[in-house]
Write a protein that binds this ligand. Structure first.
Ligand code: MF3
Ligand code: CO
Length: 246
């Protein structure tokens, strides 16, 4: 994998700020009654107003600027005329390209008042991601991230999706290495500064198995139970990681 220079990191930081600001807007707009298509329109306008491009639109033919994954949808939900309802959870995933450099992040939002298990699923997924991110320092190895995510998720009674993983990011949305959210510690490449990663656990309330709907994109849990997803773009650090999409 290509290590990034300080100049390159500076552009990636700016791309990250666009994503972070957009996710703030998404959090405010994700309310009962709003359609996921409306969220997508708002997102695309926001991205272009910042002189950036939506990273997902056209990626392997993906038709929108965000992914909006509701309840049992895990990732890659296509925005539609479906309105969000009180009690739903929605994972909103956005990526942008700015001056040739990518940034990618996701949050799961509660719509109105959600049940206790959904609340916990959201909180545990966010914390699992943060524990993974905390491992992204020089001298650790890649699977220390994976193990930190998996051990926290499973200790809290949730399962970790195997079929989709985090990734390197930079001049491309997806670069080496893959960053699994499961696995034993102290395996894989040593982490060094200049590595830039998207860390993105997907946790399920039930079993970890997933399948893809006939639209070719929407990934859902096999058992129909809910799923949470958080993602940040981060730089591996000397003593602590730098999160650029917060
Ligand atoms: N954050 C997701 C990922 O890293 C979003 C990709 S959606 C796609 O895979 F449309 F771009 F494929
Ligand atoms: Co990603």
């Amino acid at each position: 994998m290509e290590l990034k220079t300080e100049e390159e990191l500076a552009v990636m930081r700016r791309a990250g700020r666009v994503v972070a600001a957009l996710l703030k807007v998404m959090e405010k707009e994700a309310r009962p009654g709003v359609t996921t298509k409306r969220l997508d329109e708002i997102a695309e306008a926001f991205i272009r107003s910042r002189k950036a491009e939506p990273a997902f639109k056209g990626y392997y033919g993906y038709p929108a600027s965000i992914c909006a994954s509701v309840n049992e949808e895990v990732v890659h939900g296509i925005p539609s005329n479906r309105a969000l309802n009180d009690g739903d959870i929605v994972g909103v995933d956005v990526g942008v390209k700015l001056e040739g450099w990518f940034s990618d992040a996701a949050r799961t939002f509660a719509i109105g008042k959600v049940d206790e298990e959904s609340r916990r699923l959201i909180d545990v997924t966010r914390e699992a991601m943060n524990r993974g991110i905390a491992e992204a320092v020089e001298g650790k190895r890649l699977s220390d991230i994976s193990w930190a995510v998996q051990s926290y998720a499973e200790a809290n009674g949730f399962s970790v999706v195997r079929q989709y993983v985090g990734h390197g990011i930079g001049r491309n949305l997806h670069e080496e290495p893959q960053v699994p959210n499961y696995g034993k510690p102290n395996q894989g490449p040593k982490l060094v500064t200049g590595m830039t990663l998207a860390i993105e656990p997907m946790l399920n309330a039930g079993a970890y198995e997933v399948e893809t709907l006939k639209d070719g994109w929407t990934v859902v849990t096999k058992d129909g139970k809910r799923s949470g997803h958080f993602e940040q773009t981060i730089f591996v650090g000397n003593t602590k990681p730098e999160i650029v999409t917060e």
